[in-house]
Design a protein around this ligand. Sequence first.
Ligand SMILES: [Zn+2]
Length: 257
Amino acid sequence: MIIDAHAHLAQSKRRIEELVAELRALGMEASIQGGVGPEDWDRQLELARLEPRLIRPVLGLHPWWVLEHTESQCREALADLEQRLSGGLSSGVRPVALGELGLDYFRDETRDASGLEKEVFEAQLQIAVRAGLPVVLHVVHAHEAALQILGQASRSPEGGGGFRGLVHAFSGSYEVARQYLALGLKLSIGPGIAQPGRFKQLKAALPRLSPSDWVLESDGEGPELFRAARAAAVLVGRSADEVLEQSGEGVRAVFQL
Ligand SMILES: [Zn+2]
């Protein structure tokens, strides 16, 4: 069972027939998407209508999208998102999660001076809880702030003590990993782990984690998933097939496929 935990097929310039043929040739059973903003959601839903078992939509406002839009545009998009996730879709295709949502302080730690990114993150967590959906988190150079928001949300009466979902493209330390796991989340490992000399904290953490704590993603169109699997397999002393199988089971459990 091969499942890509995080892909961006809606961002591809290639024809859908070509993408699907490639995924089938790779033995891909399902590809979980990462949402960016309303235009990307429309494209995902269009693709999912054509290939509903293979392409699984995930709708959310990516932190980069939030950065590029005004407060009122964000509010409008949040209302649109809630409507689409609460059964307002006419297409009959159901999103499997809310995401990407989170915080990205990579380029500039002070860039969220207005607090809009945090506000949209919190609002999306509430929408996910109301819709009963898992979350796909995007957190870059902002684990402390994100964990604080997640912890608070999980302790709210609706929060239920934790979340179902993934921390996509995780590259943090063992200690940071433990905090996400304690909230009920799994870590999603991308092809970055295959780069020599990079992701040192993650490379040290992976062998200390349980195989059921993490899954694998391409963060692209699909083929990159196998690069991530080979690199992760070497680190944990197992075969690429074994880690792909384990990852597929994990993804299934998170998104209730
Ligand atoms: Zn992504």
